[in-house]
Structures are given as structure tokens and as C-alpha cells.
Design a binder for this molecule. Structure first.
Ligand code: SF4
Length: 554
């Protein structure tokens, strides 16, 4: 099973999936419970019709060696009945169990006080429930997924929560062995390493022994090959389908770039889309990758237009599929390849009532930081010869808005080597984008969310407050939430459900967007931030970019 927070639809309202990152003290339980929506429905035996994609991969991997009747996919409501005397292993996939993720951190530093987010509360509730249900039985508790990294920082939590083992890494090819060995409490050292890998700032590997944390053995194959990754056999939440692993762009803060590139074949993609559609009724698809534009890319990360168009067509030509959106993508491709965006718009049938959402790590508005930490993120464009970083971003948002794509941008605040000047450049970029329009007068469409890099010492000290943020950092927060409030009021009618629920969700989100901006404004004022300076920063020296700039022909 997975984190409870991944088992709700958040009323399909843009950005509401981040709600569990908010502090428990600031979002009352009735509001949280309303906004997360009802749980996904279950079948008569208590197994969910839809569950997290990672759980579906775990299920598919285990089915390669085990019988169907020996595997049970549980959800919150079926935990007690699922764990029996002969249950051997309970596998739980997690994203942000201890609330140390960057979005959760950004709320901690803003609100201060007790760093206890909904993600952590829901995780603790889930683990307590599992532990109560397995008491006196032999079932071992094994956790996995990206959130396992958080236990490297707060190792004592593994013991406190009574977790038997945590697995770190990809395990599609070795899942049955992992489960069998955990069940027998007999980990084969030829196959697994008892401990984990850490990377320093230069990405050099260090190994740290630990009796409870398991990784793949340090020698031999460190990742599954493409043909060893099974396709899902039951539906995932939000119709999620994976299309590739790895990235290769090489941003210096990103671990994904170290993983080998593996591209799903059109047949694998079609199989997963059909499983979601036929067994789960998902007519909308979320195409997951860390950078969709990197799918089978050409030299210097030039987009492979033929392969991209084919991939989008494979999805959209599946009878019964009505729409899709990729999870992540770089801004430089919309920026430099408008003809490709136009072609894809037609395939995806994007329009005023069908915006294509995508998450994009913008990270900074600073030319210096962009060149320092992520010089390849604009490839095949080059910062300098093909325009400034800001110009590349501006052109990208122009083309995205024109072809009905809406980026959910994220920024990193607190990057190593960041200066106040870098942060003010980010404020300027947000303000300029927020006040830009297409030639037909349509405003630029995007959201922007600051994420906090918190030094490790601060995480382990467990003390957070806005003292961690300087004036310019708070300026970035305020400019971001000011734009978010603008977008929330513009988009109040989106989401799913009946008219009343949609209106209610829209109203809460729009008021919430406004209140959030006011909270940030209040924190910033108290810290002496000149609010009117933030509002106008960058607008006076506004640079006029042309929608016909040379980027359009790169
Ligand atoms: S483009 Fe994204 S996924 Fe790729 S290395 Fe950079 S941050 Fe990581």
C-alpha cells in the first residue's frame, strides 16, 4: 500500500495535491478533509480500484513469481482485514513521511512553530494502524519509495515507528527476492547491501552501513534494465503511466540525473494506458517522467519530434482516451520549438477548456545561478547566445499560454551560493511574467511555488521559523504567492464534481490563495520587507521581449 495522502483525488483541482504539505495547526481538519475529497472507491474484497503507481509496480513485480491470491493490495479501510496470521510482508511506498520535502519545508519556515505537517500526521496514523493490525502476527513491515531518504536524516524514527526494513532504490527486477528475504529475515549480501548510498555535493558516492536500511549490492547491476520493468496490471491513481526513467540533463542539485536512461516502448505505454482505461475507467492520462521533452532526445537534448509526436499519438489514439498531461517538462522546449507545441496542441486537443498542466522546475530567476547550477537545462538552447535565462523562460511561457499549456513552476530558495541580488532577480522575473500578455491580450498562465532548501543541521534541530528567511527570500515568497492568488481567483471554477462542490472548492481555493498571500505579506512586513518594493520590483526596468524573437526559430 502507499501513503494515505496519495489515496485521495484532491477534487482534481490544480495544485491541491500539495495540500498535505501544509501544517496541521494552520489547516483545520474539516477543511483538510473536505479538500482532499472522498477516498478512491474499493472493490468488494476491500482492494482499491486505483492506487499509487509505485504500488502498482510493486504488485506487477511480485506477480512475476507469486500467485495472484498471495498478493493483496490494501488501503486505509482494509488494513485490519488484510493483515492475517499468515501475512509475511507488508510493503508500503512513501513520498514524504516525515515532512522533510521542500514544499513542506517552505510552509514550516513561513509559519514557524511546530513543524508537523499533514503528510507526517497521516503517515504516523497509517503506521500506527498497521502496527496495531500486525501485533502478535509474523508480518514484517517494509517501506520503500523516494521518502525513504528522509529516514537517513532522522534515523531514529525507523525504530520509533517499529519499521522492520526500509529499501532504498529501484527494485522492479528484484522485488520477489526482496520480499522473500525480508520475510525470512535473511538478507543475501550478494544481492543486497545493508546500508545506503549518500552523495556529496560533487556526487561522489559514500556508503553507510545500517541494519534496517537495504539497498542493492554495490557491485553489479545497480538499476533494472528496461525489459525488467513490468507494466502495471491494475489501475493507478489519476491514470498515471510511466514513459521513461532517468534524465541526463545534469543539474547539479538533482539525483535523477545519475540514473541510467530507459525509455518505455510505445507498446509498454499503450498497455498501461489500456489497463487504466479498461479496468479503472481512466479516460485521462498522466504521463510520468522527470522531463517529457527528453524522451528519446537527439543530440544536445534537441527534442526528438517524431518520437514525441508518436508517443502523444499512442496515448490519444487509444479509443476512449479523452485527454492527457505530462507530469514534468523543461521550459526550453516550449521556448524554442513553437511549431512542435502547435502540433502537440492539436494532438492533445488543448484549448480554453482543456489546459495541459505540467510541472517545471524553474529554480531561479538569476542568470548567474542558472548558469552555475543547471547550464544544460535550456538545451538545445544556450543561455547567452540564444537569449538570457529570463528571455528563454518568458518565450516559453508565451508559447505555452498560446497553445494552452499551463506550467506549475517551482523555485528553489536557499540554494548554495545564492545572493540577495539573485533573489531580487527572481522577484523581477515573477513580476514581469505575471504582468505579461500575449499579443491578443490573454494574460500569461502559470503558477509558481517557492520550495525551501533547508540546511541539514536545521532539519535535525527541528526548529523552524521565518528567521531562516532573509528579506529578499521573503520577497520571492511574497511575489510568488501574490501571483498564485491572482491565478486562484482566475481559476475558481476548475476541478471536478458537481457544480456545488466545484463552486465550494473554487471558493475555498480562491479565498485560500488570497489568505495565503496575506499571511506571507504579514510575515514579510514583520521582517521589515518593503512590500511596495516587491510589488513593483523589475516592472520599471521592464524588458520588452518579442514573441517573434529568434528563440522561436531555434
Ligand atoms: S532537468 Fe530536471 S530531472 Fe533533469 S537533471 Fe535537471 S532537475 Fe533533474
Amino acid at each position: 500500500m502507499s501513503d494515505n495522502t496519495l489515496m485521495y483525488g484532491y477534487r482534481d483541482f490544480p495544485l491541491l495535491d500539495f495540500l498535505p504539505c501544509a501544517p496541521v495547526s494552520k489547516v483545520p481538519a474539516p477543511v483538510f478533509n473536505f479538500l482532499k475529497g472522498p477516498p478512491y472507491p474499493a472493490m468488494s474484497d476491500g482492494q482499491p480500484i486505483h492506487t499509487a503507481y509505485a504500488v502498482r509496480k510493486m504488485e506487477a513485480s511480485l506477480l512475476r513469481r507469486n500467485k495472484r491470491e498471495d498478493i493483496y493490495v490494501a488501503q486505509n479501510d482494509s488494513i485490519e482485514s488484510a493483515i492475517k496470521d499468515d501475512t509475511e510482508v507488508i510493503g508500503v511506498s512513501t513520498m514524504d513521511p516525515l515532512g522533510l520535502g521542500p514544499t513542506t519545508m517552505s510552509y514550516y519556515v513561513l509559519f514557524g512553530g511546530d513543524p508537523y505537517a499533514w503528510v507526517r500526521k497521516e503517515w504516523e496514523t497509517l503506521i500506527a494502524k498497521i502496527n496495531a493490525a500486525r501485533k502478535g502476527k509474523k508480518a514484517k513491515l517494509l517501506i520503500g519509495g523516494p521518502g525513504v531518504l528522509e529516514f537517513f536524516q532522522m534515523r531514529e524514527e525507523l525504530d520509533k515507528e517499529g519499521i522492520d526494513f526500509a529499501f532504498s532504490g529501484e527494485a522492479d527486477d528484484i522485488m520477489p527476492d526482496l520480499f522473500e528475504q525480508v520475510a525470512a529475515d535473511n538478507i543475501d549480501s550478494k544481492m543486497f547491501y545493508k546500508g545506503y548510498t549518500e552523495y556529496d555535493e560533487k556526487f561522489s558516492r559514500k556508503y553507510k552501513q545500517d541494519e534496517k536500511i537495504i539497498s542493492r549490492a554495490q557491485t553489479g547491476k545497480l538499476y533494472p534494465r528496461l525489459e525488467e520493468i513490468p507494466t502495471i496490471v491494475n489501475p493507478s491513481v489519476k491514470g498515471m503511466v510511466e514513459v521513461m526513467r532517468g534524465c541526463g540533463i545534469g543539474c547539479d542539485f538533482c539525483e535523477v540525473t545519475l540514473r541510467p536512461l530507459r525509455y518505455y516502448t510505445p507498446e509498454m505505454i499503450r498497455t498501461e494506458v489500456e489497463v487504466n482505461l479498461k479496468k479503472g475507467g481512466n479516460s485521462h492520462v498522466w504521463l510520468h517522467s522527470d522531463d517529457i521533452w527528453g524522451y528519446k532526445h537527439d543530440n544536445f537534448f534537441r527534442p526528438n519530434e517524431e518520437e514525441l509526436v508518436d508517443m502523444f499519438k499512442v496515448v490519444m489514439d487509444t479509443p476512449g482516451i479523452s485527454g492527457m498531461n505530462p507530469t514534468h517538462g523543461r521550459i526550453s522546449i516550449p521556448s524554442g520549438f513553437p511549431e512542435l507545441m502547435e502540433k502537440i496542441q492539436k494532438i492533445l486537443k488543448a484549448g480554453p477548456n482543456n489546459w495541459i498542466g505540467v510541472q517545471t522546475g524553474l529554480e531561479t530567476g538569476s542568470e548567474t545561478l542558472a548558469k552555475k547550477h543547471m547550464p544544460n537545462k535550456t538545451m538545445p538552447l544556450k543561455i547567452g547566445p540564444d537569449g538570457s535565462w529570463e528571455e528563454i523562460v518568458w518565450q516559453g511561457v508565451y508559447n505555452e499560454t498560446k497553445y494552452y499549456w499551463r506550467s506549475a513552476f517551482t523555485l528553489q530558495v536557499g540554494q548554495p551560493g545564492e545572493t540577495e541580488e539573485d533573489l531580487w532577480e527572481t522577484v523581477a522575473m515573477i513580476n514581469r511574467l505575471s504582468n505579461s500578455t500575449l499579443t491578443d491580450g490573454r494574460p500569461f498562465e502559470f503558477t509558481i511555488t517557492p520550495l525551501q532548501n533547508v540546511p541539514m543541521g536545521r532539519i535535525t534541530s527541528k526548529k523552524f521559523d521565518s528567521d531562516l528567511l532573509n528579506e529578499a527570500e521573503l520577497g520571492v515568497y511574497y511575489a510568488s504567492y501574490r501571483h498564485l492568488a491572482k491565478m486562484a481567483s482566475r481559476r475558481r471554477s476548475e476541478g471536478e464534481g458537481n457544480m456545488i462542490v466545484r463552486a465550494g472548492t473554487g471558493a475555498i481555493v480562491s479565498v485560500g490563495g488570497y489568505l495565503m498571500m496575506k499571511v506571507v505579506e504579514d510575515v514579510a512586513r514583520k521582517k521589515g520587507v518593503d512590500i511596495s518594493k516587491v510589488k513593483r520590483y523589475g516592472l520599471e526596468q521592464r524588458r520588452e521581449f518579442s514573441s517573434q524573437s529568434s528563440l522561436a526559430h531555434a
